[in-house]
Design a protein around this ligand. Structure first.
Ligand code: ZN
Ligand code: ZN
Ligand code: ZN
Length: 242
């Protein structure tokens, strides 16, 4: 296979019950056929994540949102000499060179998911008042100009199609929402799929794989909720966040 490329980008698993939106880097590494699509092969990003119940060492793949360390995984490592998770060959959604949106440079910002499924971003530039208008599958919010909102090592918050869809559906269904930070790494937790409509207390971290963070009450957790709460406190800047 060709050498993988490392580029500014956003990627997401097509099927997952957790997600990873809060990034410590703008780059992703993998094989991409175009500027955006649903067929990227992205390299695993595997971190130690405690132990399985039987005592075996456990790892977490941030890219594909699954644990590594079963007997089959260990056999695969011995055969290929590559530490990769069982989803390593699964196609992923992706956008290369995404819009990196700095909220501190704009006002009257609205972000919502249109009926087409695209994210609709509208904003007025503080300097000159020009209208910024983007209709994109995914975009990134620059967190370096939002100090205190998320863990300080987070540079950008990706708004992926599954995260946008889950948040819009949870808001419409009226389920209790919140944003639970991981007790181990401090990154915000994202529920997807069935978990995005069924409030629960125990959350598995998409960043480090820690699976014993309990929120005070049963919630559906998403970092987009915290962004929405921020918007409520600064309505002149962000007029609407979903
Ligand atoms: Zn993986
Ligand atoms: Zn959860
Ligand atoms: Zn964590």
């Amino acid at each position: 296979m060709a050498t993988p490329l490392t580029l500014p980008g956003i990627c997401w698993p097509l099927q997952a019950s957790t997600g990873h939106l809060a990034m410590t880097t703008q780059h992703i590494t993998g094989h991409f056929r175009a500027g955006a699509g649903l067929d990227a092969i992205v390299l695993c990003d595997v971190q130690p994540a405690g132990k399985f119940r039987n005592g075996a060492a456990r790892h977490w793949c941030r890219t594909h949102q699954c644990y590594w360390g079963t007997r089959a995984d260990v056999d695969g490592l011995q055969a290929t000499r590559q530490l990769r998770c069982r989803q390593h060959a699964s196609p992923m959604g992706y956008v290369l060179y995404p819009e990196l949106f700095d909220t501190s440079q704009f006002h009257a910002i609205t972000v919502r998911q249109a009926a087409t499924g695209l994210l609709q971003l509208r904003a007025r530039a503080d300097a000159g008042g020009a209208l910024l208008s983007r209709d994109v599958p995914a975009l990134a919010i620059d967190c370096r100009t939002l100090p205190g909102l998320f863990h300080p090592d987070i540079v950008q918050l990706n708004i992926t199609p599954p995260a946008a869809h889950a948040f819009a559906a949870a808001l419409q269904a009226g389920v209790p929402l919140g944003c639970s930070d991981c007790a181990r790494c401090g990154h915000p937790h994202l529920d997807l799929g069935d978990f995005a409509l069924a409030p629960h207390r125990r959350h598995t971290c998409g960043h480090c794989g820690h699976d014993a963070t309990h929120s005070p009450g049963a919630i559906v957790s998403t970092p987009l909720w915290r962004l929405r709460e921020y918007a409520r406190r600064a309505p002149a800047r962000i007029a609407q966040c979903f």
